[in-house]
Design a protein around this ligand. Structure first.
Ligand code: RM4
Ligand code: MN
Ligand code: MN
Length: 430
């Protein structure tokens, strides 16, 4: 029995006010697309089967390294976070899985947590390990690294934590372990580049050896922060080399904010896919670095170009194509539910636009070196307003036509502010 947090009547009433306009817009778009040989219902079908996971930690107000400004009604534990994630999915119908982070989301009974999520209509996505912070009572500090630490006992502790995450994930029904380490240096000479990578590979291979057959280990690279001179898995090059050395179950995960400004991320996506190593994404947007801004808020065209590569990759699956899609954002000035609703819409919208690219025209223009027409094939798709397709997909699945309007009408956060205890101040997450 699923027990969703919002009233279905409230969503239906809000939808009723927009239903006629949506039908008109959808029909008009359908006629426009039909003129170029695109069947809008086929696109709708693809959009309806698209999904992106939300991070448990994104349900709270993240804050920056300097401060955190909590809001009344913010979740304080994994149970409340799940409830908020259920709201996002109930309205958007595109975020049916939650990605947990350990030990942040640790509970004593994971079988019960799995059931609790199922009752809210939620499943589980990749499990994230955390060896970038010390926990109370922890035997060995990660101040000088985790999987790459010089100290053997520290590395062992990091390996064991990752293996524990796999075990928890098995109880939840997850099949991916995402490993991001904060390991790196702040000073030239602080560590030997080659030897620290050797230690990382040795420790990561022990984690890899503990993966069940149907599991993947997703290696997440990041150029800087918290280490500001070098990081051990700094870029997609280091990531793919490590994944190749570890074995076929190791893949690379691309967090859009983990590159230098202006790096061609869509090309990285194509490269990783070319070698069968594209494992997944953490969607967010970035102006300067790992800003964790809302997806599509700064550079929506880049997000579209990434999805253009993904649709292209799907048509040429090479070593298989099954990337896991997830949001990874930090919400400092918005209600996290609103940010994730808006991001889920931006992400799905870019997927839909990428489906509208006339691939034959694009490929023909590429073959004949017709630069302008190749570019126009992308431009035409990018400039189409796909909102009616997304809204239709949501309504058909029980979601809201206008997700933010329905959320605000529900007064959900105000109700939670009465029930939940206040969140403390303090610094945020990285
Ligand atoms: C890191 C990275 C990881 C996330 C942590 C909280 O910068 O993006 O994916 O788990 O932040
Ligand atoms: Mn990330
Ligand atoms: Mn990050």
């Amino acid at each position: 029995m699923t027990q969703l947090p919002l009233s279905a009547d409230l969503i239906a009433e809000a939808n009723a006010r927009h239903a006629e306009a949506l039908d008109e817009d959808y029909d008009a778009l359908g006629r426009k697309l039909a003129r170029t040989g695109i069947d809008i219902d086929a696109v709708l079908g693809r959009v309806a089967s698209f999904s992106v996971a939300v991070p448990s930690w994104g349900a709270g107000r993240g804050g920056t390294r300097f401060a955190k400004f909590p809001i009344p009604g913010e979740p304080t534990n994994i149970h409340e976070k799940l409830e908020d994630c259920a709201v996002i999915n109930q309205l958007s119908r595109v975020t049916p899985r939650v990605s947990p982070h350990f030990p942040w989301d640790k509970v004593s009974d994971f079988a019960a947590l799995r059931e609790e999520a199922a009752a809210l209509g939620l499943g589980w996505d990749a499990v994230n390990s955390n060896t970038f912070q010390d926990q109370p009572g922890q035997a060995h500090t990660y101040a000088n690294g985790s999987l790459s630490a010089q100290d053997t006992a520290t590395r062992q502790q990091a390996v064991e934590h990752n293996i524990e995450c796999i075990e928890i994930g098995q109880q939840l029904g997850s099949t991916d372990l995402t490993v991001w380490v904060g390991d790196g240096t702040n000073f030239p000479g602080q560590q030997d580049f080659a030897r620290s990578l050797d230690r990382y590979l040795d420790a990561a291979s022990q984690v890899y050896a503990a993966l069940p057959d149907d599991w993947r280990m997703l290696l997440e690279h990041k150029m800087f922060e918290p280490a500001f001179y070098s990081t051990v898995i700094s870029d997609w090059g280091s990531s793919i080399l490590a994944a190749q050395e570890l074995g076929p179950k190791a893949k690379c995960l691309v967090d859009l904010g983990h590159h230098a400004p202006n790096v061609n991320i869509e090309q990285i996506v194509a490269r990783l896919h070319r070698f069968g190593k594209l494992g997944g994404f953490h969607f967010n947007d970035s102006k300067y670095g790992d800003d964790d801004l809302d997806s599509g808020s700064i550079n929506p065209h880049q997000l579209f170009l990434v999805f253009n590569e993904l649709v292209e990759a799907e048509l040429n699956p090479r070593d298989g194509f099954n990337p896991s899609y997830m949001i990874d954002q930090s919400h400092n000035v918005t209600d996290p539910i609103e940010s994730m609703l808006s991001s889920a819409e931006a992400i799905t919208g870019c997927f839909a636009k990428a489906l509208l690219v006339d691939r034959d025209a694009l490929h023909a223009a590429q073959e004949s070196n017709d630069t302008m027409m190749a570019f126009q094939a992308l431009r035409r798709a990018y400039s189409i307003d796909v909102a009616p397709i997304l809204a239709k997909a949501r309504v058909a699945a029980g979601g809201a036509i206008d997700v933010l309007e329905a959320y605000r009408l529900s007064q959900y956060r105000a109700r939670k502010a009465q029930e939940r205890k206040a969140v403390g101040l303090g610094a945020g997450i990285v």
